[in-house]
Design a protein around this ligand. Structure first.
Ligand SMILES: [Zn+2]
Length: 126
């Protein structure tokens, strides 16, 4: 992709920083909230929600870290599917995105948009 100008890059770094701050604060809040844990069998679904929530915050933090390393490796802003440039406006809206508009909408047509994939047994890092 054509090299990003310094101010664009600085804006994205700042954006990733604030996104990470938000995700970390949310994660910390979730972990600090008493009562959700060790609540027994009657609250199994609460426990599941809680675990899913914590996992999604952790995943977000991981995605932000990956986006940051793509930024410094200069692979940032290139669609991982079709290798075309991702529009800067889209990067501002979704700074951790891996896909351009076209690939994203193709994916959304194939899957329920913005729904979490069911948890799989393999590759769980939590
Ligand atoms: Zn694409």
């Amino acid at each position: 992709m054509k090299p990003m100008i310094k101010t664009q890059k600085a804006r994205l770094y700042a954006l990733l920083d604030s996104e990470e701050e938000i995700a970390r604060a949310a994660l910390k809040r979730a972990l600090d909230t008493p009562g959700n844990r060790r609540s027994g069998a009657a609250h199994d679904s609460n426990e599941r929600d809680y675990v899913a929530q914590v996992a999604s915050y952790a995943l977000e933090i991981e995605r932000i870290a990956q986006a940051r390393s793509r930024l410094s490796a200069r692979t940032y802003g290139v669609c991982s599917e079709c290798h075309s440039d991702i529009k800067f406006g889209r990067l501002l809206a979704y700074p951790t995105t891996l896909w351009c508009d076209k690939c994203q909408s193709m994916f959304d047509q194939l899957h329920e948009p913005r729904q979490h994939q069911p948890a799989r047994d393999h590759g769980t890092r939590m």
